[in-house]
Design a protein. Structure first.
Ligand SMILES: Cc1cc2nc3c(=O)[nH]c(=O)nc-3n(C[C@H](O)[C@H](O)[C@H](O)COP(=O)(O)OP(=O)(O)OC[C@H]3O[C@@H](n4cnc5c(N)ncnc54)[C@H](O)[C@@H]3O)c2cc1C
Ligand code: SF4
Length: 555
């Protein structure tokens, strides 16, 4: 740390304590400190920088160097509330300064207008708590633009006929087309579809002292060694620190939000790296710990005044979990494609963003992309090999040697319907390494989500066919038990009976407690939630700044 960086004592009452430094937390830290507020960001993970990142597949992917660790923070899973949950890893997220934005794939799609008003359009869906957002696409549009320009997104304005309106083009051109992008584009056009360059949170040109992508090939799951991936770590945290008003405090695991006798938040209680406990005092608390850890922290913060968990007087905290549905079709081609080089995705299509339930027989919609995102070890471990490939001996080695450079994956990403019982809650039995109740996931896909995933997967196979794949297959579509998109668990809404925060991200129950991250979502979109998470964070920073300046937070 250099000397011009802010440092506060836990006893200093700062303006805001932000819990979590990921996609949303990084933006809130930058915006609020730039707006003149004194900010402490408490992040449970370490402060790694690009020089700490490596291509060590074992350490990064198998030993969870950058992510939540199943031994330190174990989970349990059950399909329905009647079952007893069993220990099982249920999620992966980034556990370091920058959060999950450090190691994500960086597909960066805007939501469309429909995502905000779908309930009004399609009507009630049995078995789902689908509702409209209290804000519209038009409310968020300026903030989508802000993310694209400030964080750094490459893409091509007007390339998709299905795109929602935008006020400004992308700040830089799309990334180069990969071999799988060429095949995808040709095949999709043959089928009468409209493929276009994928908008990616990866720099195609040098920008703001950061390098353009150098196609290192260890992208999904890895931190970027040249700051080309537009993580909060590369884009926002340095600007927050530069203000001299924001301290990023790593290795600080928050386990309680402290409340005074009036029911106002007074700060965040955390373990430091030696498990000593501190209270960081603040005039207001913002939780950006993601769609799993934000509800968990609220439930851990139960008190006499809030016996069922903080901001949970209506019992909605943790519910309405959405994961995004989807599937994977794979194809092997004769020619070498060498798509292991570089970032993962260069072409996508949105022709199926809004499927007509009357025609297809289910609710939903989604997008498709072409990619190759496997590393040598996970490919050889079987993830990329066709079913029935021998897993030993010469035939196994030949299959790896031939297919690694010739395989394309078609990923589908779709809607996930909110259901009241799908949730994150506290496990009554299992504890983490700090003695806190473990995260329990209760989840069963809505039947329409499964139908949609199968439908999209079939289309993936048709594209592979049209592209000339010599062999093709799909991963089976099964009910999901593992989450990477963590959405909807503290949903936004105008009605305090059915939502946790209002459209300013303020909790209905506690005036100086704000939540902003994937948990704020009302609908799931069609995958790729992070641009929307970040647009919400920029908007939340504006709303919170206005409230603070009018004296409406501390009063
Ligand atoms: C492998 C993978 C690939 C993905 N690819 C894409 C993609 O291509 N496109 C896309 O849009 N999305 C993608 N995502 C999802 C995306 O990364 C997340 O949606 C996004 O980062 C979530 O942002 P967030 O602010 O809600 O939380 P996060 O970015 O997860 O940040 C939360 C932070 O809070 C910290 N924290 C949690 N609890 C505590 C606590 N108690 N005390 C202190 N700190 C705490 C965490 O350590 C973390 O740093 C991917 C996710 C994964 C796992
Ligand atoms: S492929 Fe590009 S963006 Fe991804 S980690 Fe490598 S250099 Fe960074």
């Amino acid at each position: 740390m250099t000397d011009d960086k802010a440092r506060y004592q836990p006893s200093d009452e700062v303006d805001f304590v932000i819990i979590g430094s990921g996609a949303a937390g990084g933006i809130l830290a930058k915006e609020l400190s730039t707006n003149g507020f004194r900010v402490v960001v408490l992040e449970q993970g370490p402060y790694l920088t690009e020089s700490d990142f490596s291509h060590d597949e074992i350490k990064i992917l198998q030993e969870d160097l950058l992510t939540n660790h199943p031994k330190l923070q174990p989970n349990t899973f059950r399909k329905t509330p009647d079952e007893k949950a069993k220990p099982q890893r249920v999620l992966v997220y980034g556990r370091a300064v920058g959060g999950t934005s450090n190691h994500f794939t960086a597909n960066f799609w805007r939501f469309h207008e429909i995502d905000f008003v779908e309930r009004s359009k399609v009507g009630p869906i049995p078995g789902s708590t689908l509702v409209d957002w209290p804000i519209t696409y038009a409310d968020l549009e300026p903030y989508y633009t802000k993310v694209e320009w400030e964080v750094g997104v490459s893409g091509l304005e007007g390339a998709s006929p299905f795109d929602p309106p935008r006020s400004k083009p992308y700040p830089m051109p799309p990334l180069p087309t990969k071999s799988n992008g060429v095949l995808f584009e040709r095949a999709a056009r043959k089928l009468g579809l409209h493929p276009f360059p994928a908008p990616m949170a990866i720099l195609s040109q040098p920008r703001a002292g950061r390098s353009a992508c150098v196609n290192c090939g260890f992208c999904l799951g890895f931190g970027c060694e040249v700051k080309a991936k537009s993580s909060s770590l590369a884009s926002m945290i340095p600007l927050a620190e530069k203000t001299g008003r924001c301290e990023i405090r790593p290795n600080s695991y928050v386990h309680k939000i402290e409340i005074d006798s009036r029911g106002r938040a007074v700060g965040a209680v955390y373990f430091d790296s030696k498990k000593n406990v501190h209270l960081q005092k603040a005039k207001a608390v913002i939780v950006s710990a993601n769609g799993a850890e934000t509800p968990r922290l609220l439930l851990l913060s139960a008190s006499k005044k809030f016996p069922d968990g903080l901001a949970n007087s209506n019992g909605v905290v943790g519910r309405n979990l959405m994961l995004n549905s989807g599937g994977i079709s794979l194809g092997v081609f004769d020619e070498q494609l060498n798509d292991y080089k570089g970032f993962a995705v260069s072409r996508i299509l949105h022709d199926f963003y809004e499927l007509d339930p009357q025609k297809v027989g289910f609710y939903g919609g989604g997008g498709l992309d072409a990619r190759f995102d496997m590393t040598p070890v996970n490919f050889a471990a079987g993830a990329g090999l066709p079913p029935n490939t021998p897993r030993w001996g010469k035939k196994f080695k030949d299959a790896i040697a031939h297919n690694f450079t010739r395989t394309v994956e078609i990923f589908s990403h779709g809607t996930s319907l909110p259901k009241e019982d799908n949730s994150f809650s506290l496990d009554p039995d299992l504890k983490d390494a700090w003695g806190l109740p473990a995260l329990r996931m209760t989840y069963k896909d809505h039947p329409d989500d499964i139908k949609l995933a199968k439908w999209l997967n079939e289309y993936g196979l048709q594209i592979l066919d049209a592209a000339g794949a010599k062999q093709k297959w799909t991963y089976p579509i099964e009910e999901q038990q593992f989450a990477v998109h963590l959405l909807g668990t503290c949903r936004m809404g105008a009605d305090p009976k059915t939502s946790v925060i209002n459209s300013d991200h303020r909790t209905h129950d506690v005036k100086n407690l704000f939540l902003c991250d994937g948990s704020s979502f009302v609908t799931s979109g069609r995958g790729q939630p992070t641009l929307t998470i970040e647009a919400l964070a920029f908007r939340a920073a504006d709303r919170i700044t206005a409230l603070a300046k009018r004296g409406e937070i501390s009063a």
